[in-house]
Design a protein around this ligand. Structure first.
Ligand code: 13P
Ligand code: SF4
Length: 326
């Protein structure tokens, strides 16, 4: 009989849970921020859906008492750094990020020491500890702008994503030293399959996230953050797109352009899907439990918050000055 024990909340349907989440939100003054890679149900119930830059701006600006972050750990951590007085909740504490994990702080400290005189630009997909060692943070929507904000002769380290770093080196003519990290989801998208899809669908435009490997980016008609890819499909006049990024974004693409067709790029033979397993750890059920019990909560040492906030604020300032955000 022990195996048949089911908690009462598991008996609720998603629709019931969503109603309960809305009630709890009002009662507790909570905002739900969701990334574009979340499952459609979570994107639909969230107060705001966006890319990493937009989500950090929302986290910095919100007046709510509680932020429920439907995303991955580094995103919720960034929200806590920007809003340290608020309670920041992540529905599943195991929702990490392979790219952030590819840059262990101690090894990164050694890397910085091995490159004296270099300024450090870190992609937001990194731990708070790595952020404390950085001069400025960037996201995929402002990486070029952030790199351009440094004098041309400044020696730069770019971490942790080697694919994004190589792409920015390519388009800026810089020679930044790259940390050898990558996202296992984007790094596994197969260029052979992209070529095959392009041959089979000559009328479809290839759009890609800059975390993809160079051979895919070289073939792309448009490269951008999740928000930029979505914006491109809204405004562009083409009817069909091959989409080289995590599949969650397709929900918004179809929503805004129901008449268009979106073809997802599969990964290589080692993986059958383009889902980010970390992003997909969040479920409506976990979101409900998390808001109800106000746990798991993101906590950080005050000195880590202080040191990691500076490079993030610098990124937000540069982005604001360029009208990328308000
Ligand atoms: P965006 O900032 O483009 O949303 O990217 C976040 C991310 O984790 C991509 O894998
Ligand atoms: Fe991290 Fe990649 Fe998942 Fe984005 S898609 S959260 S970079 S593991």
């Amino acid at each position: 009989m022990g195996d048949l024990k089911i908690s009462r909340t598991e008996l609720h349907s998603d629709a019931e849970l969503i109603l309960k989440i809305k009630e709890l939100q009002k009662e507790k003054d909570a905002i739900i921020l969701a990334h574009y890679y979340q499952v459609p149900e979570i994107q639909e119930l969230a107060d705001f859906v966006g890319d990493s830059l937009q989500l950090s701006q929302q986290a910095a600006d919100t007046k709510a008492k509680i932020i429920v972050f439907a995303g991955v750990h580094f995103m919720a951590e960034t929200a806590k750094i920007l809003s340290p007085d608020k309670k920041v909740l992540l529905p599943d504490m195991n929702a990490g990020c392979s790219l952030a994990d590819s840059c262990p702080p101690e090894a990164f400290r050694g890397f910085i020491n091995a490159h004296p005189g270099h300024k450090v630009i870190s992609y937001i997909n990194c731990s708070a500890a790595v952020k404390t060692m950085s001069d400025v943070i960037c996201t995929s929507s402002n990486a070029k702008m952030i790199v351009d904000s440094f004098p041309r002769d400044e020696k730069l380290i770019f971490a942790p994503d080697k694919n994004l770093g190589a792409y920015i080196n390519n388009i800026t003519g810089r020679n930044m030293v790259l940390w050898d990290g990558s996202c296992h989801v984007h790094n596994q998208l197969s260029d052979e399959k992209v070529i095959q899809l392009k041959i089979e669908n000559p009328d479809a435009k290839l759009i890609a996230h800059p975390e993809c490997r160079g051979p895919i980016l070289a073939l792309a008609d448009f490269i951008g953050s999740t928000a930029a890819l979505l914006e491109f499909t809204k405004k562009d006049h083409n009817k069909r797109y091959i989409v080289a990024t995590e599949g969650g974004i397709i929900h918004q693409m179809k929503k805004y352009s129901p008449e268009k067709e979106f073809i997802v790029v599969p990964a290589d033979e080692t993986c059958s899907c383009n889902d980010c397993p970390y992003m997909k750890m969040n479920t409506v059920q976990k979101l409900y439990e998390c808001l109800k019990n106000e746990t798991p909560e993101i906590t950080l040492e005050p000195h880590v918050i202080d040191k990691s906030r500076r490079p993030i604020l610098r990124m937000l300032e540069i982005s604001r000055a360029a009208n990328l955000i308000k």
